[in-house]
Design a protein around this ligand. Structure first.
Ligand SMILES: C[S@@+](CC[C@H](N)C(=O)[O-])C[C@H]1O[C@@H](n2cnc3c(N)ncnc32)[C@H](O)[C@@H]1O
Length: 215
């Protein structure tokens, strides 16, 4: 989907992903000492806002102006000390400039791109990390098509943990975790709205990869 298609999708409904942070983001990042974070393809900002609440200085980057407008409106309702830690930036994940000092955390959540574009975005994300920084990639896994529920149905934009590791080969990162993770849908806002709670144990299969820059 290009930025216009994303703008249309966001314009068609309120808070597409809800305001709660993604469960893997919470599980993996809650214990990290706050620093400077980049949320790549931040959407409406649910994960950026959660990180800023923990003390992170967060830049949320997305190419949808509609999503960023919504993120800005959410920011206006936050306490000043949290809002002041959030910066919303319009840009393309495949081709953005990072500040020379780099980020202590780069988060890439549910950015589903064709393989070549995904590789470009992930290698940019890796290059944007400061020494010792964490890269967390979470997305709809390829097996979600047959073993999970929801997410894009185009196999070309799905990926596996192994794809992410191959994309980042030689980028100077150490793998902390690379796994498939089952995400129960019943508790998630968008799925509750669509009646997902009625299908009881429905789960989505996510690819989750956590890495650290070693030098
Ligand atoms: C499924 S949403 C996920 C949003 C957010 N990461 C979250 O977890 O709530 C995917 C987001 O990726 C953005 N996106 C897709 N391709 C992009 C690109 N090439 N550059 C920047 N943003 C992109 C879309 O605009 C959309 O906001």
């Amino acid at each position: 989907m290009d930025s216009r298609a994303w703008d249309e999708r966001y314009a068609a409904s309120e808070l597409v992903w809800g305001t709660e942070p993604n469960r893997w983001v919470v599980r993996e990042l809650a214990g990290l000492a706050p620093g400077r974070a980049l949320d790549l393809a931040a959407g409406e900002g649910r994960n950026s806002i959660w990180l800023a609440g923990l003390g992170w200085e967060v830049t949320g980057l997305d190419f949808s102006t509609v999503a960023l407008g919504r993120a800005e409106r959410l920011t206006a309702s936050l306490p000043d000390e949290v809002a002041d830690r959030l910066t919303w930036r319009h840009g393309d994940a495949r081709d953005f400039e990072a500040p020379p000092e780099g980020y202590d955390l780069v988060l890439v959540a549910y950015l589903q791109l064709p393989a070549e574009d995904r590789r470009a975005a992930l290698r940019r994300a890796a290059a944007a990390l400061a020494s010792g920084g964490t890269l967390l990639v979470v997305g709809h896994d390829s097996t979600n098509l047959t073993e999970g529920v929801g997410g894009p149905q185009d196999p070309a934009v799905l990926y596996t943990p192994e794809d992410v590791l191959a994309d980042l080969a030689g980028a100077g990162l150490r793998t902390v975790r690379a796994e498939r993770a089952l995400r129960p849908l019943a508790a998630e806002a968008g799925h509750r709205d669509r009646g997902g709670s009625e299908d009881g144990g429905a789960v989505a299969v996510d690819a989750l990869v956590r890495l650290e820059r070693t030098a």
